[in-house]
Write a protein that binds this ligand. Structure first.
Ligand SMILES: [Ca+2]
Ligand SMILES: [Ca+2]
Length: 373
């Protein structure tokens, strides 16, 4: 891992604007990162509503329950609102969730996260989009059936440190409000699991065979199982969720339009207001949230640092999909959005990159999501 990191760092230092390193998969490795603006500081844990907790009380004659109230653990239970038996007897709501209308729901929304309604969009890019690469197609209709909350900014160095106790960032001198980077996919997934644990929520990325400490530079695992977008804890977004969020209802190269140029040309009227990339970042990440957010209130979805997604990086199927979670297996994990070192062609909503899960880069960080509003 260390060797990989060194290689990546060297590549970043040596390539400069627009340059790339050809990866083993033939895709240009957009090896670098960039940074973003500041902060919402606080930990996302939502502290939570206590829920109704109480037992449903006994309904008198033990052989008779009111209509619509099954007997759970021997007690007639209104499963529409009982958080220990929500919707059915064997469904207990986790941590800070309550049961409303037979469904476990989040209590107070986590600070620093923005709501994103369920919906449908055209995922990928049309064949004539400027800067397009083959893995962005075929463009197809994707429906997301679950509302989400997504962190408004990349996870900052302060946020990582306060939860994980270290700072793996190679640009630590950038400051507390700069995005954490230098994290492998395993470490990004472990961070979201730690967030979930801090809120009493289940781990959404079940990691096995792990050694080392996340953020230490040597953490790695042998296997990860994704609990899927129905998981109630914090997690990495799927590629579909990430792109849906990045587009925020738009269909061009970026949420501010499509850049007419593909490299680091300056000025760039499309990218300069919204993204740190090779044309304006000075070969370094920047504090999060300094650039104009998209219509969902998300900063630095494009540029600053790449963001790990839950999916394996694989080929898109043709035909419409609902709640896709990517390829069933693979060797590289998806990352999205481009970074401080990348050219304009990589700083697009549809652009994809794949990296080995052990890879670390000063241009690669993360942004968690959580299902439900
Ligand atoms: Ca980013
Ligand atoms: Ca790409």
């Amino acid at each position: 891992m260390r060797n990989l990191w060194v290689v990546v760092t060297a590549a970043v230092a040596g390539t400069g604007c627009g340059a790339g390193v050809r990866g083993s998969d033939g895709e240009t490795r957009e090896s670098a990162g960039d940074g973003g603006p500041p902060i919402d500081g606080g930990l996302p844990g939502d502290g939570g509503m206590p829920g109704d907790g109480g037992m449903p009380g006994d309904a008198g004659d033990p052989s008779q329950c009111p209509p619509g109230q099954p007997r759970c653990a021997g007690v007639c239970t209104d499963t529409r609102s009982n958080r220990a038996h929500c919707g059915r007897c064997d469904n207990a709501c986790p941590g800070d969730q309550t049961c409303r209308d037979s469904t476990c729901r989040s209590g107070a929304p986590p600070a620093g996260y923005v709501p994103i309604a369920a919906g449908a969009f055209d995922m990928g890019s049309p064949s004539d989009e400027i800067g397009r690469e083959a893995d962005e197609g075929p463009q197809r209709r994707v429906t997301l059936t679950r509302a989400l909350r997504m962190k408004a900014t990349e996870v900052t160095q302060t946020e990582w440190r306060s939860l994980m106790g270290n700072n793996p960032s190679s640009f630590s001198s950038c400051g507390d409000d700069c995005p954490v980077e230098g994290v492998s996919w395993w470490e990004a997934a472990a961070y979201t699991n730690a967030l979930s644990a801090s809120s009493g929520l289940p781990a959404c990325h079940v990691l096995e065979g792990c050694t080392g400490t996340p953020g230490s530079g040597s953490y790695s695992c042998s296997q990860a199982t994704f609990a899927g977008p129905g998981c109630s804890g914090y997690r990495l977004p799927t590629e579909a969720e990430w792109e849906y969020a990045a587009r925020a209802g738009t269909s061009g190269g970026t949420y501010a339009g499509t850049s007419a140029v593909t490299q680091c040309e300056q000025p760039n009227a499309i990218l300069d207001p919204i993204a740190w990339y090779c044309g304006n970042a000075g070969l370094a990440p920047h504090p999060v949230a300094a650039k104009t957010p998209n219509a969902f209130g998300l900063h630095d979805m494009l540029g600053n640092v790449w963001e790990w997604c839950a999916d394996w990086h694989g080929s898109y199927p043709s035909g419409a999909q609902t709640d896709p979670v990517g390829a069933a297996s693979g060797s590289r994990r998806a990352s999205r959005g481009g970074s401080w070192v990348n050219p304009a062609r990589s700083v697009r909503a549809a652009d994809r990159n794949g990296r080995a899960p052990d890879e670390r880069s000063g241009a690669l960080g993360l942004r968690p999501v959580r299902t439900g509003l």
